[in-house]
Design a protein around this ligand. Structure first.
Ligand code: SF4
Ligand code: SF4
Ligand code: SF4
Length: 249
């Protein structure tokens, strides 16, 4: 009898579903992947949901009371639970609302229908249930998703870079944004994206979260004393993705 394939599920909470789209768009490798796993829930591409799950990937932040019950039930049904993308791993841009009063964010988003909707301050998935692994980015990197999934299926602890984006930025030979008079959070953000935003002419906003042991004092010195940016400008940049961390930059 053929051995049962690992049962893999994808779920979305508050987010744009861009991470799931990255997976649905794995055109060149999707069929190979499906030879090794059984997808038992993935609302973006199929109907149905058949627990239990060997691996549950969770996209999005927890922003409503009913999200908590749902994610806890998924946790109960899952051997491994993986947070997928910045909204799930670090709260991401959803946490911008946390810097405003509930009255402000409710009416600015829902207008005169605010009372129709439940909402409260955004949290990453790990603030509500135990998370076994995290896939960072906004959106996630497809090749990293494949590697981490393979490592989980092999029973290995997934490897995620623990050094800052600057390392990869130097490897690809970018001119530092600070030399161009622009701020950049690559100095404190977790690598793994090959500094793609800088390479494309933008700057790093920190969507992969803070690198472990990020030196925020040094970052403050670089932004203010070398870059000439104000404390408010530094904080605005930090809040875009890193608001949940409350990093005192
Ligand atoms: S992390 Fe980015 S791509 Fe993923 S759901 Fe959130 S906003 Fe969308
Ligand atoms: S600060 Fe930004 S632009 Fe400069 S090296 Fe680091 S990642 Fe690259
Ligand atoms: S360069 Fe920064 S903002 Fe862009 S993907 Fe990497 S961590 Fe995210």
């Amino acid at each position: 009898m053929a051995k049962a394939k690992p049962r893999v599920a994808f779920f979305d909470f508050a987010g744009c579903e861009g991470d799931q789209l990255q997976i649905a768009n794995l055109e060149e490798t999707l069929l190979d992947l499906l030879e090794h796993i059984e997808v038992v829930a993935f609302r973006e591409v199929k109907t149905g949901d058949e627990p239990p799950y060997d691996i549950a990937f969770i996209e999005g932040s927890i922003t409503r009371p009913q999200d908590e019950a749902r994610v806890k039930e998924i946790r109960k049904q899952s051997t491994f639970l993986v947070a997928l993308g910045a909204c799930a791993t670090i709260g991401g841009i959803n946490c911008l609302k946390n810097f405003h009063s509930e009255a402000i964010y409710r009416t600015q988003v829902y207008g005169d229908r605010a009372r129709w909707y439940d909402t409260y301050p955004a949290r990453p998935v790990g603030a509500v249930v135990k998370v076994d692994a995290e896939l960072h980015g906004c959106p996630i990197d497809r090749s990293e998703f494949l590697r981490v999934t393979k490592e989980l299926l092999l029973g290995k602890r997934p490897w995620i870079p623990d050094y800052p984006v600057c390392v990869e930025c130097k490897e690809v030979g970018n001119i530092c944004r600070y030399d161009l008079g622009r701020p950049c959070l690559g100095i404190v953000s977790r690598a793994g994206c090959k500094a793609c935003c800088v390479t494309e002419g933008a700057t790093c906003w920190g969507c992969r979260g803070l690198a472990p042991h990020a030196n925020l004092d040094a970052a403050r010195y670089v932004m203010e004393d070398i870059g000439g940016f104000s404390r408010e400008e530094a904080q605005d940049l930090m809040r875009l993705y890193l608001g949940w961390t409350q990093a005192p930059l």
